[in-house]
Design a binder for this molecule. Structure first.
Ligand SMILES: O=C(O)CCC(=O)C(=O)O
Ligand SMILES: [Fe+2]
Length: 309
């Protein structure tokens, strides 16, 4: 039974920082009824990242819980070191799996991750905390002229960090969260490569500024893990970063809820910028964007043909 504040009886919700993050205790994630599951969803929309200590979910319980949010997918590019399961993603520090660059999960896909459910399986004795940042706060605190500019831009994302620069997608720089209606600044240092409507040097400067702005400590929360803690975060309005300050092993397992389709605050206000005129040495700065746009045009033509249009 839920109390007046909509939080089920016996649950305790403790905020961890000003911008985002709450720890939730007094429940078992693997046996929530519908009403309790709805409460988790509401809390996630409110706090953007939730932590549930002492869950110690078995792999099948973890996957089963994740499926309640929507369709899951293993990682498109990375292999699990220890646990083979078609819907589970695993990172182990001793196998190079330390996500120590700010990112939102899988933004190089046309349909990035909606949310991620992670369980910390092995914690180092000290260090290895994870930070999250609120992309709502990052957007809200921009100046009005900067908001206005960003509202009208889009960005190219790619999977270069996974050695797959050909896996690309264009997303709005400012997106509107489908459930809350709030605007979020949707560029990250790991996967975002280019502001589409700006020239290459303008893009380098503004993208560098925006991706560092979102990491302002005021927008963040930092979590100190214990083994068996589960975290759920909303990829539509957050980024995260692992502190690579530990020795030894650290293992996480994650299930990833797929099917996000980022919607912009508005359509891009300008055409994509690809250097006009003849090819030259500097054309290389636009090559990736030009290739993406060419493929996109070809896909659109092929789609129009198959739909008889
Ligand atoms: O290891 C962590 O705390 C987070 C790793 C990560 O980036 C992810 O699972 O999406
Ligand atoms: Fe991640």
């Amino acid at each position: 039974m839920a109390g007046n504040n909509g939080i089920p009886a016996g649950w305790r919700v403790e905020r961890l920082a000003g911008a985002l993050g709450a720890e939730v205790t007094g429940l078992r994630l693997n046996n929530l009824d519908e009403e309790q599951f709805d409460a988790v969803r509401r809390l996630l929309l409110e706090h953007l990242v939730l932590f549930f200590p002492n869950q110690h979910l078995e792999v099948e319980e973890h996957v089963g819980f994740g499926r309640r949010f929507g369709p899951l997918e293993a990682h498109p590019n990375l292999k699990n070191p220890y646990t083979q399961h078609p819907e589970l993603f695993e990172l182990a520090a001793t196998h190079g799996g330390v996500a120590d660059e700010w990112h939102t999960d899988l933004t190089f896909r046309q349909d990035p991750a909606v949310l991620s459910v992670l369980q910390l399986r092995r914690a180092p004795p000290v260090g290895g905390d994870t930070q999250w940042t609120s992309l709502y706060a990052a957007y809200d605190e921009l100046s009005e002229p900067m908001k206005d500019l960003c509202d009208g831009l889009s960005a190219l994302h790619d999977a270069l960090p996974h050695n797959h620069p050909e896996q690309m997608a264009i997303h709005p720089v400012v997106r509107v969260h489908p459930d809350t209606g709030r605007r979020a600044l949707y560029v990250n240092e790991h996967f975002t490569r280019r502001l589409v409507e700006l020239n290459a040097t303008e893009s380098d400067t503004l993208l560098g500024y925006l991706t560092s702005w979102v990491t302002n400590p005021r927008f963040t929360v930092r979590y100190r893990w214990t083994e068996g803690t589960v975290a759920i975060w909303d990829n539509r309005c957050t980024q995260h970063f692992v502190l690579n300050d530990f020795e030894g092993e650290r293992v996480i397992q994650r299930v990833t809820v797929m099917g996000d389709l980022p919607q912009g605050a508005q359509a891009p206000r300008w055409q994509p910028w690809v250097r006009p005129g003849r090819l030259s040495a500097t054309s290389r700065h636009d090559r990736q964007l030009a290739l993406f746009l060419r493929d996109q045009r070809q896909r659109a033509l092929a789609d129009a043909k198959t739909s008889g249009g």
